[in-house]
Design a protein around this ligand. Structure first.
Ligand SMILES: C[S@@+](CC[C@H](N)C(=O)[O-])C[C@H]1O[C@@H](n2cnc3c(N)ncnc32)[C@H](O)[C@@H]1O
Length: 329
């Protein structure tokens, strides 16, 4: 175990690397790996905090798009240290009266419950070991990565009675494609609120789109790149601090405000000497579009803003003008 300096808590980097390797293995994990409170704490302030940045980006997008929680009851399924629930509670103060935490690990449930009690003393917290049938807002975070197919199917089935679902996973090909499957399975029971700007079938399921996946990038929290703790994290874990790639899906029983003609960018723009190439998702298709330096949106597109929500004026595959729809607030 090593100490990271007087201002940062000592972290057991070896244990964290074992955990990271387990998460990256891509195999279902059936054992409870939360072997100590210490590991939960180390995870919470490192890998869990990075996941928190993804939640911040997703919640910011939901807020830009006019979403507010439709129920005062929040569920965090596969809660771990409760990152997802805690980010939601912080972003929507007073909106939630009760939180249900579900995990197979008693240690994780205890840790998450204590953290929420400490940060939000007026919120009622219950913990459950069996998969709940939620009737409120459900947060899911980085659970598909380790679920066997039958566990994933059980979770998706349990979501049918929810009021809203916000599901965040790593921005990998496999996770994006699994979330697309979830979207298609639940599309008849919910309105799709994000990232899609439409209710049609996913354009990435169209012929020729097999190489693509729906992912986005969340910036690190301000100051992280200058913070010695995060420099240490990068060296010890061999992981970038940020931006961090994520895939997500937000569903609600209530329809979204109309966003006619809106597009959501996927991934990052690709810079060419004289133009930018973007992958743009809209109701009719997912299409590769180009913006030349003359396009009024060129500079903005180059900045890779999050959320990347636009209404484009197009001439075939060229973006000639348009509007950033993220500037409503
Ligand atoms: C990678 S961790 C993510 C934790 C947290 N949601 C986050 O984003 O930081 C996955 C969590 O899901 C839990 N989990 C995995 N499979 C599960 C299952 N079949 N039933 C209940 N919990 C499960 C694990 O115990 C672990 O806490």
């Amino acid at each position: 175990m090593m100490t990271d300096g007087p201002l940062t808590p000592p972290i057991d980097w070896t244990q964290l690397r074992v955990l990271r390797d387990l998460f990256l293995s891509g195999e279902p994990v059936t054992e409870d790996y939360w072997s100590s409170q210490r590991l939960l704490r180390d995870y919470d302030i490192t890998l869990g905090e990075r996941i928190g940045w993804k939640w911040d980006a997703v919640i910011q997008e939901l807020q830009v798009r006019g979403w507010t929680p439709p129920s005062s009851r929040l569920y965090d399924m596969g809660c771990g240290t409760g990152v997802a629930a805690r980010r939601m509670l912080k972003a929507f103060p007073g909106a939630f009266k009760a939180v249900t935490l579900w995990d197979r690990s008693d240690r994780a449930l205890k840790y998450a419950k204590q953290k929420i009690r400490h940060e939000h003393p007026f919120v009622k917290v219950e913990t459950v070991r069996e998969c709940p049938t939620p009737h409120g807002v459900v947060a899911l975070s980085h659970v598909l990565t380790e679920c066997a197919d039958e566990d994933a199917a059980q979770i998706v089935e349990a979501l049918e009675g929810a009021k809203a679902v916000v599901w965040v996973e790593p921005g990998t090909y496999a996770m994006s494609r699994m979330l697309i499957e979830v979207r298609e399975a639940l599309r008849d029971s919910f309105h799709v609120r994000a990232p899609c700007t439409h209710q049609a079938g996913c354009g990435l399921l169209a012929e020729g789109m097999n190489a693509h996946w729906c992912h986005h990038f969340a910036p690190a929290v301000a100051g992280a790149h200058q913070n010695p703790f995060w420099g240490h994290f990068r060296r010890e874990m061999n992981l970038d601090i940020g931006p961090v790639a994520y895939s997500f899906l937000a569903l609600d029983t209530k329809p979204a405000p109309e966003e006619p003609g809106a597009s959501h960018l996927i991934g990052r723009p690709i810079r060419q000497p004289k133009f930018l190439r973007v992958l743009s998702c809209q109701e009719e298709d997912v299409a590769e579009l180009v913006a030349s330096r003359k396009c009024p949106l060129y500079r903005e597109l180059k900045q890779e803003l999050t959320p990347a929500l636009y209404r484009f004026e197009r001439k075939k595959n060229r973006i000639v003008d348009g509007k950033n729809l993220s500037c409503k607030t």
